[in-house]
Design a protein around this ligand. Structure first.
Ligand code: C2E
Ligand code: CA
Ligand code: CA
Length: 587
């Protein structure tokens, strides 16, 4: 807690200076709320008089003020805030009443009525302030700290002294954040109303900040955030303000005269914030230019936020301007989040299988398992719609486990029915790769279904050279799994990652192949990739093959395994089962 006093210490000091409980409580939080102590004492005097009439304990009124300010509730139009604010107030009342043995009125807690002179005399004489009021104060502070902490920061469930200290510090940093946010909003409001120029909000965050934290450690992550704050302080002029909203999310508000001015600013941010200690940093930007200056500030911020989120889902574009249709996207996101759990329990997720063919003998040599979501009302939902959302919230793990289990079940069924099975490849979201729970899950699935490991292949999407993924892949390899590098050629580090990670098969991405097919030079590159794979002893598969011409080119350069609409689209497992049965009879 450093040099700063704790809330209890401050409250106690104020109580000893003869301030009453609501003043002591509110005053203890003055600093954290960005308020001047004198003002809090004056305000709480007015609100605290209720108790002198024998009414509610002043700790309650004091706490209401702290909560109200901390949760920034002032706007009757902001229903979400109102609900939160009411919930928090109720929560406090309940906990406080419990701690006070069921009482909340001053005279019940004290056992004397200080609105009467004789009661006041007894209160003084018996030193009830230091005996009873202090307990009510401490109880309030404990409850408030807990509630504010839950709101502002992740909770620790360990209760050692070290953690208690840490909590205090984190609490204070949570408060500082609230304070800075409020300051930013105050300035933004001022700017909006003072100027007749356009105003834009730019919200941005670091692409794959989680991954950076995982690789380089959280301390390095914090250094990056400090670096950004420093740079923003330099970059922003007197008509531009910024705030660090949470974690790696920043907001800038700026005045602008011309439309391309905003693009220039974003460009400058991307460049100046683009590298820290030799680590390249990429950002996603969401921009909202204010159309109606009377709109609620929070709504303006939200729109910049929506634009940022949509930029996050878009690999091709890292800058997105808000348009009305983003509302639509937000609804989709909410729909997914509200329905995903039921989708698992009600078996709405289904495994589709897309065959892989050998060009030379026209036989099925494998299949890829692809998830489909069949919603009873909305119909079929494709992975591109819901996977980005559930990857962000981690739910993808459950979906993957489900599909892996289905894939094992399918292979087992073939064996039981006496049909020669083919390997099924499943997608492994990068979400799994930062821990090793998924390896246990895979091993369990293999053991339970009793199938041979070679029938469950793993598709991993190549990404930037990622140490952790390489390590994890090495482990999978040691465990005897076959690894397919998905989407080869869609990124830029495809070649170097091959050195680090022991893939068995390269899946050439559809876009890469499409690009290469249009020119002679491209075909030459493709042929080189085939040669390289051969030299490295890697298997090769071309994805998204749609035309006969593509098949011919692939055949001519020696790429034999293909997957794509030209041969077959992904189909329900049942349909693939029939297809496989027919295929095996031909052999
Ligand atoms: P992916 O792994 O690259 O899968 C290939 C995608 O290309 C599939 O889209 C497939 O239907 C489509 N495709 C196959 N052949 C052709 C073709 O000839 N032409 C065209 N235009 N498209 C073709 P789908 O099923 O919509 O899946 C999209 C992506 O969603 C997948 O890309 C994969 O990244 C992800 N995904 C799908 N199922 C799962 C899953 O169970 N788990 C995880 N983690 N990701 C999944
Ligand atoms: Ca795949
Ligand atoms: Ca792919």
């Amino acid at each position: 807690m450093g040099l700063r006093m704790t809330h209890k210490e401050r409250a106690n000091k104020l109580l000893k200076l003869n301030y009453h409980c609501s003043q002591a409580l509110f005053g203890a939080y003055a600093d954290d709320l960005g308020m001047d102590l004198k003002t809090t004492l004056k305000l709480s005097t007015c609100f605290g008089t209720g108790m002198r009439q024998g009414g509610t304990c002043g700790c309650v009124t004091g706490a209401m003020m702290v909560l109200g300010l901390a949760f920034d509730f002032y706007d009757p139009q902001d229903q979400e805030k109102e609900i939160l604010s009411n919930k928090k107030t109720d929560e406090f009342m309940e906990l406080f009443t419990q701690r006070m043995g069921g009482y909340i009125r001053c005279k019940d807690i004290l056992g004397v009525d200080i609105s009467k002179p004789e009661g006041m005399a007894k209160f003084r004489q018996d030193g009830l302030k230091q005996r009873i009021c202090i307990n009510a104060l401490y109880a309030s502070i404990e409850i408030l700290d807990q509630m504010l902490q839950e709101q502002g920061i992740e909770q620790h469930n360990n209760d050692s002294d070290v953690v208690a200290l840490l909590r205090e510090e984190e609490m204070q940093s949570a408060f500082q954040r609230i304070y800075k946010k409020n300051r930013f909003r105050k300035r933004a409001r001022q700017l909006i109303h003072e100027t007749d120029k356009d105003i834009s909000f730019i919200q941005f965050d670091i692409r794959r900040f989680k991954v950076i934290n995982d690789i380089y450690g959280e301390k390095f992550g914090d250094e990056i955030l400090d670096f950004i704050v420093g740079k923003l302080t330099d970059i922003c002029n007197e008509r531009q303000y910024f705030v660090n909203l949470r974690s790696d999310v920043f907001m800038v508000v700026t005045e602008q005269t011309k439309e391309d001015e905003i693009a220039d600013l974003v460009e400058r941010l991307a460049v100046e914030l683009g590298e820290f200690k030799h680590v390249k940093l990429q950002y996603t930007f969401g921009i909202y230019t204010v159309e109606d200056k009377d709109m609620e500030l929070r709504q303006m911020e939200d729109r910049a936020g929506m634009a940022r989120k949509s930029a996050k889902e878009n690999v091709m574009n890292n800058i997105v301007f808000y348009k009305e249709q983003f509302k639509e996207l937000l609804y989709t996101r909410r729909f997914i989040e509200e329905n995903m759990q039921a989708a698992i329990t009600e078996h709405q997720f289904q495994m589709y299988l897309q065959p892989k063919y050998s060009i030379s003998n026209n036989n099925i040599v494998g299949a890829e398992a692809l998830v489909r979501w069949k919603h009873p009302e909305r119909g079929m939902i494709y992975p591109n719609e819901f996977i980005p959302v559930i990857e962000e919230n981690g739910f993808i793990r459950n979906v993957d486990y489900y599909i892996w289990e289905e894939a094992c079940r399918f292979v087992k069924r073939c064996f039981v029915d006496g049909i020669e099975a083919c390997p099924i490849s499943v997608n492994v979201s990068r979400n799994h790769l930062h821990g090793d729970e998924f390896i246990d899950v895979l091993e369990d699935l293999i053991r339970q279904s009793g199938i041979d490991k070679q029938y469950l292949e793993l598709e991993i999407t190549e990404t930037v050279n990622d140490q952790q993924i390489s390590e994890m892949s090495n482990r999978l390899k040691e465990e005897g799994f076959t690894l397919l590098m998905d989407d080869f050629g869609s990124g830029y580090s495809s070649l170097s990652i091959l050195l680090e990670t022991p893939f068995d098969v390269i899946k050439i991405d559809k876009k890469f192949m499409d690009n290469m097919m249009v020119s002679e030079k491209g075909k030459l590159i493709l042929a080189q990739v085939v040669l390289m794979a051969e030299k490295l002893g890697l298997g090769l598969l071309a994805e998204g093959v749609e035309t006969k011409e593509q098949v011919d080119v692939l055949r001519s350069i020696g790429c034999d395994i293909v997957q794509g609409y030209y041969y077959a689209k992904p189909m329900p497992a049942e349909e693939f089962y029939e297809l496989l049965k027919k295929d095996r009879m031909q052999v």
